[in-house]
Design a protein. Structure first.
Length: 176
């Protein structure tokens, strides 16, 4: 499994931003595949996650100001010299910056999948980046679950299903 790059993150951030921009006024209260979250709550979680990771890496206060601002701060924090080697605290423990980058990529793509499902949009994340996130998740998630991480049990998915569906299922989404 190869390590992700900040350029991959920038691409995923932009693609997720386009999904958020595609939400219509009527869709903000629609349910999502994340139990108990409507579209508004899901987008708030995405923005908050960006802000949290940016603050963890940069040492600055968590101050989300909307998706574009949180994305800009996230990318700047990951691009800072030494960020990928730094040990940072995420919600379930201390990890190197490279692992934090893996986590953020997987989270953005799965929540982008959630958002697309809830709003009738299509995702266009690169399959190679999703494959990388799936391989990482398969290796790391058992440890996260042992520590009480926030992931639902994996759901079944056909091995010939699109890779993003397989990632979403692995992280607890019903894909059928």
């Amino acid at each position: 499994m190869s390590d992700p790059t900040v350029d991959q993150l920038a691409d995923v951030v932009a693609r997720t931003g386009r999904l958020i921009d595609g939400v219509t006024t009527e869709q903000w209260t629609e349910p999502t595949p994340c139990a108990g979250w409507d579209v508004r709550a899901l987008v708030a979680h995405i923005v908050g996650g960006n802000a949290l990771f940016a603050a963890t890496l940069s040492g600055e206060a968590v101050t989300p100001q909307g998706y574009a601002d949180s994305a800009e701060r996230l990318l700047a924090a990951f691009r800072a010299p030494g960020a990928l080697e730094k040990v940072v605290t995420v919600p379930f423990g201390e990890v190197p910056g490279t692992i934090a980058l893996h986590l953020r990529l997987a989270d953005l793509m799965v929540h982008g999948w959630d958002l697309a499902r809830a709003t009738g949009q299509r995702t266009d994340y690169p399959d190679d980046v999703v494959e990388q996130a799936l391989a990482f998740s398969r290796s790391a998630l058992p440890l996260v679950r042992q520590q009480g991480g926030p992931f639902a049990p994996s759901e079944p998915a056909d091995e010939d299903a699109p890779v993003l569906d397989r990632l979403a299922a692995f992280l607890g989404r019903k894909v059928s």
